[in-house]
Design a protein around this ligand. Structure first.
Ligand code: LLP
Length: 422
């Protein structure tokens, strides 16, 4: 369910025509629907009604400060993975006591910043990290709350690059190692044990792997609690998939039911559930708006060259992922064309869609890459000295530019020619 629909032959986001946004803001531009974001957040949150829980939005999926601000207003906490994301979350007004700090390689200054902010906990991933947190907390004369990320060795059955819960992945600690680390951490004067954590991967389209992982981790939580480890929460990570093409992922309600069912044998343990959804909240709430530059007929293929490239939307090149394409203005009777939709970047890997059947666009025509709200802008770069796209948030029949398009001058601002080269 999202708010990108045609009215007549014009594609709208809520009450705003996308061609109006392109005319005022230019292209490429990311456009997000506030109504879709809100609906997705609320539906997800409601799936956990009846059990104590905190929804910590995974900032990496979409870190625009206006998007984060909206989440905060709806009661979200934040799942962050860097000092930069901590800064964003705080600037958006997030309650530090609803911030969990994941990441396999936190630096000392990031740990310090988390402690200064008074976050809910660090999701720690290695014995060395626990020792460093103990050291930093001791130096700051405070106590650090931690949760250990357990690797439950469950196959998430998703793209290998976004599968994280297997033994061969770099994430978390195996169950036995985690048990030993909890015991060790119990003796550390500047560590407070808060929870247990897992995240098995992203874009999952079945409930079973979640169910299995949660049951395993909850089993370990029970053993630990029996030993006197004072766990107060169980963090189930994120990972619920969305329909990009033909996938039929479980709805948030089905996902919530699977989680509650997996936890049923552990009722009475008094654990707050923390969830870290990213994609399911923002994925289908955003599109990438781009303009057709040229049509080119190669010997083997047709190419539609557009003004967005893989620096703007990396997912197709990186994961061979699929994003639907919609013409922003539907032209009656337009012929179809099978083509690769590519950007201007000097690499063959710069494609946004391959062998796609499209209504034949003309140079100047706008198109929308659908389901681009998650890991779209947040993974974009300046490759080829391309300023990053603008971001727009639509609210009813209004829209606001929530991130200006970068300028080339800004890109060069921090570069210097040393005197000896002048
Ligand atoms: N929690 C942790 C610890 C994570 O590593 C992630 C995502 C999430 C939560 C949120 O997962 P989600 O609910 O969004 O699936 N760039 C890739 C996805 C990478 C996901 C990384 N971790 C993509 O474009 O598909």
């Amino acid at each position: 369910m999202n708010h990108f629909e045609y009215q007549g032959d014009r594609l709208f986001c809520e009450g705003v025509a996308l061609d109006d946004i392109a005319a005022k803001v230019g292209t490429p531009t990311y456009v997000y629907s506030h109504a879709t974001l809100e609906r997705h957040f609320r539906v997800f949150d409601e799936a956990f009604t009846g059990i104590p829980h905190i929804v910590c939005f995974s900032v990496k999926a979409n870190s625009n400060i206006a998007v984060l601000r909206a989440m905060v207003k709806w009661g979200a906490g934040m799942d962050i993975v860097s000092g930069g994301e901590l800064y964003r979350a705080l600037r958006a007004g997030a309650d530090p006591q609803k911030i969990v700090f994941s990441c396999v390689g936190k630096r000392e200054d990031e740990i310090e910043a988390g402690l200064r902010a008074g976050i809910l906990c660090f999701n720690v991933e290695s014995p060395g990290e626990i020792e460093l947190i103990e050291k930093v907390a001791a130096r700051m004369n405070t106590r650090a709350a931690i949760s250990i990320r357990v690797n439950p060795d469950v196959d998430a059955e998703t793209h290998p690059y976004i599968s994280t819960g297997l033994k061969k992945n770099k994430f978390g600690l195996p169950m036995d190692a985690a048990r030993a680390e909890y015991r060790k951490a119990m003796g550390m004067p500047h560590i407070v044990i808060r929870g247990i954590d897992c995240h098995i991967g992203s874009q999952l389209t079945k409930t079973m792997p979640f169910h299995d992982a949660i049951a395993r981790v909850a089993g370990l939580a029970r053993e630990l609690k029996e030993e006197g480890v004072p766990l107060t929460h169980l963090d189930i990570g994120g990972g619920l998939g969305i329909p990009y093409k033909e996938e039929e992922p479980p709805s948030p309600a089905e996902y919530g039911r699977a989680v509650i069912e997996a936890l049923a044998p552990f009722r009475g343990m008094d654990l707050t559930v923390i969830c870290e959804p990213g994609r399911v909240i923002v994925g289908n709430a955003g599109i990438l708006l781009t303009r057709t530059l040229y049509l080119k007929q190669g010997e083997a293929k047709n190419f539609v060259i557009v003004d967005a490239a893989f620096n703007d939307l990396l997912r197709p090149a990186f994961y061979d992922s699929y994003h639907g394409i919609k013409p922003v203005l539907r032209r009656a009777g337009a012929a179809t064309l099978t083509a690769d939709v590519v950007g201007p970047i000097c690499e063959s890997g710069d494609f946004l869609a391959r062998d796609r059947e499209l209504r034949r666009p003309e140079p100047g025509d706008l198109m929308a890459f659908m389901s681009a709200g998650a890991y779209g802008f947040s993974m974009s770069s300046n490759y080829n000295t391309r300023p990053r796209a603008a971001e727009v948030l639509v609210h009813g029949d209004q829209f606001s530019v929530v991130r200006e398009r970068e300028t080339v001058e800004e890109l060069l601002e921090n570069e210097h020619i040393p005197d000896w080269l002048k």
